[in-house]
Design a protein. Structure first.
Length: 311
């Protein structure tokens, strides 16, 4: 089948690589976001999908707005039978959804209808879900509301971070996509409506969403720390000695039974223990603003005075 692949993020790369290897399908073009400036020198950088496809002799389209007439005309001229979308970053217009002869499919990193939206991986960990997965759905104009073709589940393991779960889902997605395409090619693809009563939402995360509320239970905070690693990062504001307050990202922590006033630093003695509502968290790995990521014990040894959390 003739396929146009639309994607941007790292999670989409293994699926694209699989499609490029499948002889029964022909990827006729790749659509991804425009190059963006990154880093301190603001050097233009290709998206992960573009970088992965750079060695292939394929058209790579990077329209600033995919809903533009020029972009739609270009994609229509490719006569795709199927459009496969994963982690693209723009809303697709109805005119594009109607282009492929067989289907416009989206690979979403949750078991829909749970966690529709931009941050399903972080939401699943933060909520304490025991399972997530990849959903292949038929796209419609709604936000992840299309009918489900198939799902490939995976357990959320103890200790999973946003990064580790992202990487595992990236490896599950190609198999889900291949199965879906085989069913479509055979004319046997199922179609199931989502149960709206079970829908939950995972909106796009902003940097400030990482702020830790120490009045929450320790288990909730620990899950948030793992979920938000690496982005946007869970953080609190701390001060030590006569230094002004600074942001401290926390990447790993474990629960200890000690307890005190929420947000109080109970002790700094080889580790850093901060009290939550019902128990405390011993910080394992942290990063002070502008510094490198390090073990909390190493950070503690460099403190100029008593450490305190600043509201």
């Amino acid at each position: 089948m003739r396929i146009v692949f639309i994607g941007t993020g790292e999670i989409a790369v293994p699926t694209l690589q699989l499609l490029l290897q499948k002889r029964e399908h022909e990827v006729v073009a790749i659509v991804t976001q425009p190059d963006k400036p990154v880093g301190r020198d603001q050097r233009l950088s290709a998206t992960p999908v573009k970088a992965a496809a750079a060695a292939m002799n394929l058209p790579i389209l990077q329209p600033p707005k995919i809903k533009s007439a020029d972009a739609l005309e270009t994609i229509a001229a490719l006569a795709p039978e199927v459009v496969v979308v994963m982690a693209y970053g723009q809303i697709l217009p109805q005119a594009l959804l109607d282009l492929p002869r067989r289907a416009c499919l989206n690979l979403h990193a949750s078991l829909l209808p749970r966690w529709r939206g931009a941050a399903p991986i972080q939401a699943a960990i933060a909520a304490g879900d025991h399972e997530t997965g990849i959903t292949v759905m038929y796209m419609n104009a709604g936000l992840d509301t299309g009918d489900i073709l198939l799902q490939h589940p995976t357990p959320i393991r103890e200790g999973d971070s946003g990064a580790s779960l992202h990487d595992r889902l990236a490896q599950i997605a190609p198999g889900a996509c291949a199965e879906a395409l085989s069913l479509i090619a055979a004319g046997k693809a199922p179609r199931s409506r989502q149960d709206e009563s079970c829908a939950t939402h995972a909106p796009k995360l902003e940097r400030e969403d990482g702020a830790i509320d120490w009045k929450m239970d320790a288990e909730e905070i620990e899950r948030k720390i793992r979920a938000f690693d690496p982005w946007p990062g869970a953080f609190t504001r701390v001060a030590a000695g006569d230094r002004p307050p600074q942001s401290l990202k926390i990447f790993r922590a474990h629960i200890v039974p000690e307890n005190g006033r929420s947000g109080s630093v109970l002790h700094v003695n080889g580790d850093i223990v901060v009290s939550a509502a019902d128990a405390s968290l011993a910080l394992d790995e942290v990063q002070l603003a502008g510094k490198r990521r390090m073990k909390a014990a190493e950070f503690a040894r460099g403190l100029p005075g008593p450490l305190r959390v600043v509201d």
